[in-house]
Design a protein around this ligand. Sequence first.
Ligand code: FMN
Length: 414
Amino acid sequence: MPNLFTPYTLKGVTLRNRIAMSPMTMYRSTDGKLDDFHLMYLGARAAGGFGLVFPEQIAITPDGRTTTHCAGLYDDNQIEGHKRVVDMIKSMGGVAGIQLGHTGRKGSLVTPWEGGHMLPPEHEAGWQTRAPSAIAYGGDMPYVPRELTTGEIDQIMQDYADTTRRAVEAGYEWVELHFAHGYLGSEFFSPLANRRTDQYGGTLENRTRFHLQALDAVRAVLPDHIPLTMRLGIDDLHPDGVTVDESITAIRWMKEHGLDLADVSIGFNTDNMQGDIPIGTLGGMVKNATRVRDEVGIPIATSWNLGQPELANRVIEEELLDLVYLGRPALANAHWPVYAARLLGYQDPFSLVPEDWAWWLRNLRGADEAIGWPAATNGATLTEVAGVSAPAPVVEETAFEQELAELEAELKPA
Ligand SMILES: Cc1cc2nc3c(=O)[nH]c(=O)nc-3n(C[C@H](O)[C@H](O)[C@H](O)COP(=O)(O)O)c2cc1C
């Protein structure tokens, strides 16, 4: 039975465990490049034990970014920054994944800390967005996108291929296409954003054409041993939007076009989501993810509120998911995998990180208590403690505590 810390192999790539750092846009790029900030932030997560490390959504065209501060790989001069990050992730034992995307009608924004709203096309930091149909998202994204011509869609397929070539040159070993969260792939898939009357709109088959073409374009230039995956918004949570049933059919087609794993999420094609919103509850996406896996017969991953180690471990042990993707928990704790392993009583939590890094964590005098995390559940094996909803850490008196007491006594004024 696998657990959270069991290596995972897909195509020719093996991850050291089942824990992925989910892609997260940081709005910290200049000219679309990854720089020292990304090296620091992503390198730290690889050193902290994440098996698969994604930078943020990487744009395949300049207008595919969210803001002018977002990262891309649409120009050869951006390869070097990616390569530095990839080399660092690898040197820390991680596998570097890239999420290729285009924001469609959700581009031309300002950063979240500037309000996150949309800029009009004529603004110097804004642009004319492009999307399947000339329908604005609405709310604080009011500007109407221009409908893509079929010639432009052909060019976007070329952009997918060109960006993949650059990604391979930079050393990435895992590719995810971003078809979720109301961005371009999600827009083509959703009747809420796609009202086209040509071969890209209307029926499910037509609304999935974009994705199958993108998978074909990428697979054609991707070495065979590298997994090709995608994140799909499998549910719009709206009566007129995408349903899980439709998504299952579409993922079946995608599998026939070289898809190796599906990372499932929400459509986010409307602010007016209705019914039970699965992303609001702990592990809320797991049930549908497992359904997709069982009905399509494809490895599956998801994110959303899986940051509690017992839960993350349980979904792997019970074989509900193949990989756990962590967003905010990865932001909050660069060593989340080690932290989780300690909480779960894994025998050698520090074995999750590179040997020289682990040496310091293991051998610093009084390491367990000095680190400031909950103490490890001494001696218990993972299987013994798995399934415990609130593990009670065993704190034993250690040499460190004795030394501390002696030191205090020494320092006490006579
Ligand atoms: C700051 C931030 C930026 C994000 N950017 C992306 C992104 O670029 N691509 C993506 O697919 N999801 C993005 N997400 C969603 C996360 O990848 C993840 O799916 C989501 O946060 C749910 O996982 P969590 O509950 O572990 O945080 C972002 C989330 C956060 C918090």
